[in-house]
Design a protein around this ligand. Structure first.
Ligand SMILES: Nc1nc2c(c(=O)[nH]1)N[C@@H](CNc1ccc(C(=O)N[C@@H](CCC(=O)N[C@@H](CCC(=O)N[C@@H](CCC(=O)O)C(=O)O)C(=O)O)C(=O)O)cc1)CN2
Ligand code: MET
Ligand SMILES: [Zn+2]
Length: 787
């Protein structure tokens, strides 16, 4: 039976990287001058056309255009609007691809735009730089060319852009300027874009406003109505898309906006639907995000249909079906996974398979007979729930019988600190690195050969041992105090552990874009987690055998493993995290038993896991902090636990970081000029700290003076007895020459700082200086010249 008002289907966006990472490889070749711009452009067009064709084959009512970006969609929007940082002196209207990449990656004169995490995802966007002087006079026409191309392919087009308020929110304003003051200028440009879309016959524009899922300041909430009044009625209708959490508190605001419709994330926040259906105006679209755009599980189609049956009746043709958010966060095609076993595979859906799910849902809602498919789906959902592979009674039993104090070290920090001092006899301002050393193409080629069966396990082990020996020898030669083995044997700090833990599956090609051409392949956490055998002990003890200096064991923490995996959706994340924590605890204890005296448990994703709404932070911080302590607390007082965090601001969660009670935390600070540390100082962070003294994100080698200046700044807030010297993060994306040069400078800076401290001098830095010109001056008790 067909009705005149049939439900429609669409997606918010599709991954652009390509099922075989075609875009990644083309970009990297272009950057190495191995292919021409025309060849790169062709790869982009082929990918876009392929992804539109898939959307069309799935009977979607429109293909989405505007989700493609050569590096990042926020940077591409800045290039479209024409608001590029003045410091590059680029003409946005004539921006070449090389200039676009200079903005993304820096050039000889200018550092790149800052990169940061997109909401609570592992995707990184480039932060637009705005000031009171910013103009939005228009820029590249790529967006319109893509639209024309989709039209020539015969597709009905829905254009997609970040919404103006979300774009502004994600940008940073120089000098504390109120970004909202730029809104009128920005909206004039959005208006011009909409008029142009309209002239091209584009009937529908999706504007993404995920900031509505945050607890927004009132001023920003109040900006929505006037903004959308301005953009409405220009010929092209607007679908305002929200996602990543509930926007229930804005239901009335959204119902009143002069837009054609609103999209809701019903996977993260299913309960919000009722608040919307209760007040939803007739003739306004509700796009229901019912398929998980952030995870790889096949949908329970019958459950989805049951949940939307009522609203579907009420909405009629104003019901649209969609994934919860853009599929950017999903791998592309499950069919490529030839090594996953059939049962597990039947539980999964990647981006392409989610298009097929959408097709079935739309058919079902519109009265077509899909009973066979729904029955099959019900069968596999039931099989997954009942599977013995996901339930391990031993894990449940262990969790139910944890000893008292299992999440506390045996003694308070002060006692541990003196036990550790007696054991390690480290000099003041001990030097170390964060774990990884350059992942050279030689290392990756050896691993690829091993995985393809062209290199034997024994030969692969020898090759990795040789890399470890090289890293140890270089660190020894540099004179670093606490060494690392360098992580040569790891493809990725999360995937590596996923490959070895029970309860995880891993894939061949399930890549997800992390930033630019860089991808990650998150492992799939499908069942109860446990550790069948030691994972890192052999590598760490081998590395320790090569040196008399302490060798830090190197593990990824439970919160980061959780955060950077595709996680089961059939139990609370807190419980899953606790299971991982116990597995890591076992590894920590095995390392200790093998004589490894310092163990680092990385938690770079600790902050990323925070709920988007601040009111929900406390409960997350409680279970996440406890999971870390569970992993770290099974060792004696003389075993030194390190942790490491990067990428983020930590000022607002310092008490919770302190409560993790690591003996040493190394943390990214150099890019914020140690500003982060001021908060650590004023909070009186109790344990030892290694604030990064140089940025590892660029090949530029920081000078001794720059580092000395940061050390002096750190010493203002952290006493020398508790200060470590290290880079900001791991060195895996760097090459050896710049790595050795930078570390050598770091050690020279440390020597000078130590000499000053030994002579009873106070290191002083020149606050007005931003870089190499730092100088010292101190009138009273001797002067240590910094520089
Ligand atoms: N999971 C996770 N999330 C994270 C981070 C992280 O480290 N891990 N860091 C931040 C993001 N930073 C990142 C930094 C670098 C890369 C990165 O370099 N990714 C590599 C892939 C790393 C990897 O898994 N490598 C594998 C496989 C690499 C590969 O493509 N192999 C080729 C052969 C390569 C060769 O011969 O050289 C093949 O199989 O065809 C390995 O080493 O084994 C890439 O995109 O290229 C990703 C994220 C935040 N989120
Ligand atoms: C993203 S944090 C990275 C920590 C890891 N130990 C490394 O050095 O690469
Ligand atoms: Zn890091």
């Amino acid at each position: 039976m067909t009705t005149t008002h049939t439900a429609k289907a669409h997606i918010l966006g599709f991954p652009r990287i390509g099922a075989q990472r075609e875009l990644k490889f083309a970009l990297e070749k272009f950057w190495r001058d191995e292919i021409s711009e025309a060849e790169l452009v062709k790869v982009g067009q082929t990918l876009r056309r392929r992804h539109w064709a898939w959307q069309s084959e799935a009977d979607l009512d429109w293909v989405s255009v505007g989700d493609f970006a050569w590096y990042d969609q926020i940077l591409s929007t800045a290039a479209l609007l024409g608001c590029l940082p003045e410091r590059f002196a680029f003409d946005a209207k004539r921006l070449s691809l090389s200039q676009y990449f200079a903005l993304a990656r820096g050039n000889a004169e200018q550092p790149a735009l800052e990169m940061t995490k997109y909401f609570d995802t592992n995707y990184h966007y480039l932060v637009p730089e705005l000031s009171s002087e910013s103009t939005f006079d228009g820029g590249v026409e790529w967006f319109f060319h893509e639209i024309e191309d989709a039209q020539t392919q015969g597709h009905a087009v829905k254009a997609v852009l970040p919404g103006p308020l979300t774009f502004l929110w994600l940008a940073k304003a120089k000098d504390g300027y109120n970004k909202l003051d730029l809104l009128p200028k920005l909206l004039a440009r959005y208006t011009a874009i909409i008029e142009k879309l309209s002239a091209k016959g584009v009937r529908l524009l999706q504007l993404d406003e995920p900031i509505l899922a945050l607890e927004l300041p009132l001023e920003w909430q109040a900006a929505f109505a006037p903004t959308y009044q301005m953009l409405a009625g220009k010929g092209t209708q607007i679908l305002l898309a929200t996602y990543f959490d509930s926007v229930e508190s804005h239901a009335q605001l959204l119902a009143d906006l002069p837009v054609a419709g609103v999209h809701l994330d019903l996977v993260r926040a299913p309960a919000q639907l009722a608040a919307f259906t209760a007040i939803w105006p007739k003739n306004k679209v509700l796009s229901l995000g019912v398929i998980d755009g952030r995870n790889i599980w096949a949908s329970d189609l019958n459950q989805v249909l049951a949940a939307i049956a009522e609203p579907a009746k009420a909405l009629g043709g104003y019901l649209w079906l969609a994934p919860s958010c853009s599929l950017l966060h999903c791998p592309v095609d499950l069919e490529q996974e030839t090594q996953l076993d059939a049962e597990l595979k039947s539980w999964l859906a990647f981006a392409k398979q989610k298009l097929a799910e959408l097709k079935v849902l739309k058919k079902a809602i519109n009265g077509s007979d899909v009973a066979d498919i729904l029955a099959l789906n019900a069968f596999s959902q039931a099989a997954r729930r009942a599977s013995t592979r996901i339930h391990n009674p031993a894990v449940a039993e262990r969790l139910a019988n944890l000893p008292p104090q299992f999440d506390q070290r045996h003694a308070p920090f002060a006692e541990r600190q003196s036990a550790q001092q007696q054991r390690f006899h480290l000099p003041p301002l001990p030097t170390t690195t964060i774990g990884s050393f350059p992942q050279t193409s030689q290392i990756r080629a050896a691993r690829a050969a091993f995985k393809q069966g062209k290199l034997s396990a024994a030969d692969y082990e020898l090759a990795m041992q040789a890399e470890i020996a090289l890293a140890v020898q270089k660190q020894d030669a540099l004179g670093i105090d606490v060494l690392v083995h360098g992580e040569a044997e790891r493809n990725d700090m999360v995937e590596y552990f996923g490959e070895q833990l029970a309860g995880f599956a891993f894939t061949q090609l399930a890549w997800v874009q992390s930033y630019g051409s860089r991808c990650v392949k998150p492992p799939i956490l499908f069942g109860d987690v446990s550790r069948p055998q030691a994972m890192t002990v052999a590598w760490s003890t081998y590395a320790q055998s090569l040196t008399d200096k302490p060798m830090k064991g190197m593990l990824t923490g439970p919160v980061t493993i959780l955060q950077w995996s595709f996680v089961r959706d059939d139990q609370p994340r807190a419980l899953t995290c606790q299971q991982i924590a116990l597995a890591i605890r076992d590894e920590v204890q095995d390392l200790e038993a093998a004589g490894i005296g310092m163990i680092q448990i990385d938690e770079p994703a600790f902050r990323e896991g925070l709920p988007l709404k601040k009111s929900q932070w406390a409960s997350y911080l409680a279970w996440a902090g406890q999971a870390f302590r569970v992993s770290a607390s099974g060792v004696g007082n003389a075993t030194q636990i390190h942790t490491h965090m990067c990428y983020s601001e930590f000022n607002d969660i310092l008490p919770e970081i302190a409560a993790m009670d690591a003996d040493v935390i190394t943390i990214e600070t150099s890019r914020s000029d140690m500003k982060l540390l001021e908060a650590f100082g004023s909070f009186q962070y109790p344990n030892e700290i290694g604030p990064g003294v140089y940025d590892i994100h660029s090949p530029r080698v920081a000078s001794v003076n720059e580092m000395l200046r940061l050390i002096a700044k750190a010493l203002e807030v952290v006493p020398a007895e508790r200060l470590w010297i290290n880079p900001d993060c791991g060195l895996k994306t760097r090459g050896w020459p710049e790595t050795e040069a930078a570390l050598n400078n770091m050690l020279l800076a440390t020597q000078q700082a130590r000499a000053a401290i030994a002579a009873g001098q106070t290191l002083v830095f020149d606050a007005s200086s931003t870089g190499a010109a730092a100088q010292g001056a101190c009138a009273c008790h001797g002067t240590a010249e910094v520089g």
